[in-house]
Design a protein around this ligand. Structure first.
Ligand code: HEC
Length: 253
């Protein structure tokens, strides 16, 4: 048998058993939902760090390389923690930081806010969250923001490298049954997310020291999204609607 890539028989979507198509469809639908929630999560975590309400390049720069004009506490109060307390209490905390973190004032005005609004999650029991029940704990978050910590980057990087590889391996494996008139295009669509993962994760690290790389973070994320969307749509379309490739192409891919 000829095992040459050109003549290797490999079924197109319309040649697959129905049971496999049902499984593939369910996997794709679930992953599509997962992708939507991932987008919402990115928005929730990063938007608003720069003071505006939407997600901007500046938000990404602040997340990774820090904010020269503010502390981690200020970034959190404007961004991910902004819904945890009313605006007047936010102002109190920010003016306390700008006023030089006085301990006596902390006990009088800041500690009560932390106890009612923040203690539920920031009581020191979770090692990844700053402890906001003590003066020292809060003070630790008021130094000038140097961006995401190395330990957080290591944690998030390995989760993304493993997690995204699983996702794009599964999606790519399903998509490999698609018919594309141009084989190089099909291969490019499949390879793109892996290049994008490198760009994305790699540029988090570089953005930590060089802010312009925030654009690479965004380009990486966008490439991944476009490739996911193409593979998802083409796979579902060819499985259930498309009648199969032109005659004579049936076993070439
Ligand atoms: C419902 C749980 C919850 C409550 C309540 C909460 N936080 Fe958080 N906080 C988190 C989580 C989870 C993170 C880490 C994820 C993130 O950075 O978005 C975090 C992170 C932070 C950080 C670190 C941000 C960084 O850049 O490292 C600060 C500072 C912070 N919170 C302040 C507060 C303050 C102040 C309050 C009260 C007004 C508060 N949080 C209330 C869950 C909570």
């Amino acid at each position: 048998m000829d095992t040459n890539c050109k003549n290797n028989p490999y079924p197109f979507f319309n040649e697959l058993p129905c049971s496999l198509k049902v499984l593939y469809t369910m996997v794709l639908l679930t992953m599509g939902m997962g992708y939507l929630f991932a987008m919402i999560q990115i928005y929730e975590v990063h938007s608003g760090r720069d003071g505006g309400s939407s997600l901007s390049v500046k938000d990404i720069q602040i997340a990774y390389s820090g904010n020269k004009e503010g502390s981690r506490m200020e970034g959190a109060l404007k961004g991910p923690m902004s819904s945890m307390l009313p605006a007047d209490e936010k102002e109190k905390i920010i003016s306390w930081i700008h006023g030089g973190n006085d301990q006596k004032k902390f006990e009088e005005t800041i500690k009560p806010i932390m106890e009612t609004r923040c203690k539920a999650c920031h009581d020191g029991s979770n090692p990844h969250l700053p402890n906001l029940t003590t003066y020292d704990g809060v003070k630790g978050t008021t130094a000038v923001d140097t961006g995401v910590s190395i330990s957080t980057l290591v944690r998030v990087s390995h989760i993304h490298l493993f997690g995204l590889t699983f996702i794009f391996f599964m999606v790519g494996k399903i998509f490999s049954h698609a018919y594309f008139a141009k084989r190089w295009l099909k291969c490019a669509v499949m390879a793109t997310p892996f290049v994008a993962i490198f760009l994305d994760v790699g540029s988090w690290w570089v953005t930590k020291v060089s802010e312009p790389f925030a654009y690479v973070v965004i380009i990486g994320g966008a490439l991944m999204g476009v490739s996911f969307a193409i593979q998802w749509t083409v796979s579902l379309y060819q499985m259930w609607i498309y009648k199969g490739p032109p005659a004579g192409k049936a076993t070439i891919e």
